[in-house]
Write a protein that binds this ligand. Structure first.
Ligand SMILES: [Zn+2]
Length: 135
């Protein structure tokens, strides 16, 4: 890998994080407050936020399966925004060293280090993800 590889994998991850941040901010604006899974019948669960229902049996939005409801609630905008901030900090920690070009400034492994590869792999399903980044 080269400095160009480092720049490419870092840019890929930062763009994905910006996309997730933008979606979370839009979801948060549309459905403010904390999201939670409500009660439901026959394994179907309502999802609600402090501002009202996101999905429930009483209207055309419908309830969702219990595991999907719990998963959706854990992906709520506040959690996503916190995860984006944490991953940005992690990426910054593992930037290429200005002192020793070609190596991670944190773990001194060749850059891009394994941490960057692991973070980028979050979006291995994305069409811009390169197979050579896979560990
Ligand atoms: Zn590193």
């Amino acid at each position: 890998m080269t400095t160009a590889d480092f720049a490419d994998i870092l840019a890929f991850a930062l763009v994905r994080l910006a996309e997730e941040e933008s979606l979370a901010q839009a979801a948060q604006a549309a459905n403010p407050g904390r999201w939670y899974a409500g009660s439901g019948l026959d394994g179907w669960i309502d999802i609600a936020c402090d501002d009202g229902a996101l999905a429930n049996d009483s209207d055309e939005r419908g309830a969702v399966e219990a595991a999907a409801a719990q998963h959706a609630v854990r992906q709520q905008p506040a959690a996503t925004l916190a995860r984006v901030a944490a991953l940005r900090a992690l990426l910054a920690l593992h930037e290429e060293s200005g002192v020793v070009p070609g190596f991670c400034r944190h773990d001194t492994h060749p850059s891009p280090c394994l941490t960057l590869h692991h973070v980028a792999a979050i979006w291995s399903w994305h069409p811009d993800y390169r197979t050579e980044w896979k560990l």
